[in-house]
Design a protein around this ligand. Sequence first.
Ligand code: NAP
Length: 249
Amino acid sequence: MKNYQAPNQFLANKIIMVTGATDGIGKQAAIHYASYGATVILLGRNTRKLEMVYDEIEGLGYPQPAFIPLNLQNTAPEQYQQVAEVIEKEFGRLDGLLHNASDLGLLSPIEHFDEETWFRVMQVNVNATYLLSKYCLPLLKKADKASMVFTSSGVGQQGRAYWGAYSVSKFATEGMMQVLADELEKTTIKVNSINPGATQTKMRANAFPGEDPQTLPTTEAIMPAYLWLMDLEQLESHGQAINARDFLS
Ligand code: NAP
């Protein structure tokens, strides 16, 4: 899938929600989807940052976005149900859902891993993703074709010392994607995961403080894979772990 060229305005009239849309890859993906015509629903925990991304998209003349403040540390299922109810009321369906938000937690041997941090990472990266998937599935089923994308990581495919809760949560993410893909085999919903690979973001800098970010691809450089996964007219991939690096030119 190298050299994928997204067709002009191919996301016109599509409704796509991006979690963790306030920074890094999620923010870039939201702006990119909007630039191709999508109405994006920005989900994040920081209202001020949500408003800034909203203003940026509006200022660029792209379709008016929407935003939903939600901290994914929140464990109450009703909060996630309400997100789906708001989308149902405003838009009636969802064409795409990019599960992008994640909590890195901290790097530590499991023997000494801080318990509170472990639970928080599992809540944000696994439980919240499950709850949002569960309540948004009826909305995705209302679209002619839909795409759900889970965000993985290299340490979600091969365990690595000290990556603790984050690594385990990404294995769970790959598992959730595979289970859901199997369940939705006979539907019009495509389910895949994406591993962005090392990318210039705040999370990467926190994990590798000594690394020169300039040596890494930018969030913009990895967007072809993110666009391809929302190209519902062409997308046949289902139940697959996609590497954004395979799309780099
Ligand atoms: P990032 O720059 O740190 O952005 C993470 C986003 O998630 C931010 O919008 C952040 O909100 C949001 N978020 C975190 N905790 C949240 C919570 N409790 N509730 C709601 N939103 C929350 O990270 P990134 O590098 O773009 O990562 C994006 C995805 O790619 C993640 O799933 C990550 O695991 C994956 N990934 C990244 C790399 C890499 O090298 N960058 C490599 C492999 C995988 P705030 O703006 O409020 O902080």
